[in-house]
Design a protein around this ligand. Structure first.
Ligand SMILES: Cc1cc2nc3c(=O)[nH]c(=O)nc-3n(C[C@H](O)[C@H](O)[C@H](O)COP(=O)(O)O)c2cc1C
Length: 167
C-alpha cells in the first residue's frame, strides 16, 4: 500500500538507512485515566508499538529511539511510579504526557513538568510534552474525544519533528 510505504520510509532514521525508528509507550496510572491516554497516544504511532505499564518496562528500554512516558500529578510532583521509571531512562528522546486534575493551563501543570525535568537523567532530551485534564464527569464523551484527538496529534507531531519534518 502506498500510504504504508511512505509512512515506513518516513520512520527511517537516515536516508539510505534501513533502521526504522522504534518507539514505546509506558504509563503510570492509579485510577486509569493515564492508561486511557496512553492508548490514545499509541493509536497515533506505527502499528505494533508497545504500550505497557511502567512496572513492565522492558529490560532493553534504552534500545528504543523514543520513549513516550505517561504520568499523573501527585501534589505538585510527578507520581512516584513514573519518577522511578524516568530515573532509569538513558534514551536521547523522551516524550512526556501528564494527566492533571487542575488542567493543562494550571500552576500544577508547570510544576509537575519541572519535576519531570528534575528526575530525568541529564543525557535525555524531552522531545514532546502533552498535559491533559482529568476526564470531566459532566461530559465524559466529549472530553474523551478531545483527549483522543490531542493525544494522537501529540504522538504524530513528536515523531514528525524527530524525523526532521520541522513542524
Ligand atoms: C494522591 C493524589 C494526589 C493528587 N494531586 C493532584 C494535584 O496536586 N494536582 C492535580 O491537578 N491533580 C492531582 N491529582 C489528580 C490526578 O493527577 C488525576 O486524577 C489523574 O488523572 C490521575 O491519573 P490516573 O487516573 O492515571 O491515576 C491527585 C490524585 C491523587 C490520587
Amino acid at each position: 500500500m502506498i500510504f504504508h510505504y511512505h509512512f515506513t520510509e518516513r520512520l527511517k532514521k537516515e536516508e539510505g538507512s534501513d533502521h526504522i525508528m522504534k518507539s514505546i509507550v509506558l504509563y503510570s496510572s492509579h485510577t486509569g485515566r493515564t492508561k486511557k491516554i496512553a492508548e490514545h497516544v499509541v493509536s497515533g504511532l506505527p502499528e505494533g508499538t508497545p504500550c505497557l505499564p511502567v512496572e513492565e518496562m522492558p529490560a532493553d528500554i534504552n534500545s528504543y529511539d523514543c520513549v513516550f512516558l505517561g504520568c499523573w500529578a501527585d501534589g505538585d510532583a510527578v507520581d512516584a511510579g513514573a519518577a522511578q521509571a524516568l530515573e532509569q531512562l538513558d534514551n536521547k528522546n523522551v516524550a512526556v504526557f501528564v494527566t492533571v486534575q487542575s488542567g493543562p493551563f494550571s500552576d500544577d501543570s508547570a510544576k509537575i513538568l519541572r519535576t519531570v525535568i528534575d528526575v530525568l537523567p541529564s543525557g535525555c532530551k524531552i522531545v514532546g510534552t502533552y498535559v491533559t485534564p482529568t476526564e470531566r464527569e459532566d461530559n465524559k464523551e466529549e472530553s474523551d474525544q478531545k483527549a483522543r484527538a490531542f493525544a494522537r496529534d501529540f504522538a504524530e507531531n513528536t515523531l514528525d519533528r524527530l524525523m526532521g519534518a520541522g513542524v
